[in-house]
Write a protein that binds this ligand. Structure first.
Ligand code: AMP
Ligand code: TRP
Length: 338
């Protein structure tokens, strides 16, 4: 343990992919095992920035929490909870909207990629990064493990926190992003120039954590490579094979160098068969634990998690309200020292 405070979140907006696992959740588990104090959230308020079916959203929320647990997060060690169960997120989100600037939000690339700018896009999609800042700052997180795509949002979080601290008084800890070297950006199997995403149209573009061994093999066999038949890591010239090597390395723990040596002179076919087996081995363990969990157990853990999270979040929110100058609801005195 090193006195870090960890916060991260995953949206319940689809089926978790091996991109989510290798880019984020695997790091969450490692930090937990290092004994760090950690909060892992299912960010349902973020998920509704794009249309959701209410029944499915509820199911996915439980599923993501169950997968967190199946991947190795232990609710006794880390705080696992649902964002909408802690109303402080929405409230601080509003307050920070009054600190963030339009110019800053206009620069967010994820918003642009998701169709931002059109008159019909909802406002939540635009202010999404401010809510993310609120998530992190409420817990005074020192470190935020995420994939590469979230780096810009983390920079914005730091800018908002710094501005708030200058304008209203020192309150927020400035968080550091934790982005892995390999795995920070797992690419789509069908288009290795693009990030693997749980919401892309083509299901063959991703492997989800609950895929069967047959499906994993089928998807890996169809993965786009190149015509060279040489297993070498070169993300610019060989994005497909390089992505498969990263996935192989992260699941097996073997270095990319070692894999290049092991597969020197081997054709893509046998390499892909081995890779499918390596993925299947890891996922079948997660799937076994997932099947053993009951819905009741997961929901009970989330309730406990929300209580623990609320205690921390409310303290920060109370100080933020005071610094803004809001009149307390009861006649209790303002705390003497913030
Ligand atoms: P999301 O699916 O957008 O809620 O992302 C949850 C977490 O997974 C975030 O930390 C993302 O950065 C990470 N993530 C999502 N897709 C990928 C990917 N293809 N490669 C690496 N990390 C990813
Ligand atoms: N925006 C993140 C994503 O799409 C999810 C998220 C919301 C998050 N709040 C967060 C991640 C706070 C880390 C910390 O992946």
């Amino acid at each position: 343990m090193s006195g870090k405070r960890i916060f991260s979140g995953v949206q319940p907006s689809g089926n978790l992919t091996i991109g989510n696992y290798l880019g984020a959740i695997q790091q969450f588990v490692r930090l937990q095992e290092d004994g760090e104090e950690a909060f892992y959230c299912v960010v349902d308020l973020h998920a509704v920035t794009v249309p959701q079916n209410p029944e499915e959203l509820r199911e996915k929320t439980v599923e993501v929490a169950a997968l967190y647990m199946a991947c190795g997060l232990n609710p006794k060690k880390s705080t696992l909870f649902v964002q909408s169960h802690v109303p402080a997120h929405a409230e601080l989100g509003w307050l920070l909207q009054c600190v963030a600037r339009i110019g800053e939000l206009n620069r967010m690339t994820q918003y642009k990629e998701k169709g931002g700018g059109k008159d019909t896009v909802n406002v939540g999609l635009y202010t999404y990064p401010v809510l993310m800042a609120a998530d992190i700052l409420l817990y005074q997180a020192t470190h935020v493990p995420v994939g590469e795509d979230q780096k810009q949002h983390l920079e914005l979080t730091r800018d908002i926190a710094e501005r708030f601290n200058k304008q209203f008084g020192e309150l927020f800890t400035l968080p550091e992003p934790m982005i892995g070297e390999v795995g920070a950006r797992i690419m789509a199997l069908d288009e290795p120039q693009k990030k693997m995403s749980k919401s892309a149209k083509n299901e063959m573009s991703r492997i989800i954590l609950l895929d069967s061994p047959e499906m994993i093999l089928k998807k890996i066999k169809r993965a786009v490579t190149d015509t060279e038949n040489e297993i070498r890591y070169d993300p610019v010239r060989k994005p497909g094979i390089s992505n498969l090597l990263s996935i192989y390395s992260l699941f097996s723990g073997e270095s990319i160098d070692a894999l290049e040596r092991k597969y020197a002179g081997v054709q893509y076919g046998p390499f892909k068969n081995d890779l499918a087996e390596v993925i299947t081995d890891s996922l079948s363990e997660i799937q076994r634990r997932y099947r053993e969990l009951s819905r009741e157990e997961v929901i009970a853990s989330l309730q406990e998690g929300a209580e623990k999270a609320s205690e921390v979040a409310e303290q920060t929110l109370r100080k933020a309200r005071e610094l803004f100058g809001f009149l307390p609801k009861t006649n209790q005195l303002l705390s003497e020292k913030l």
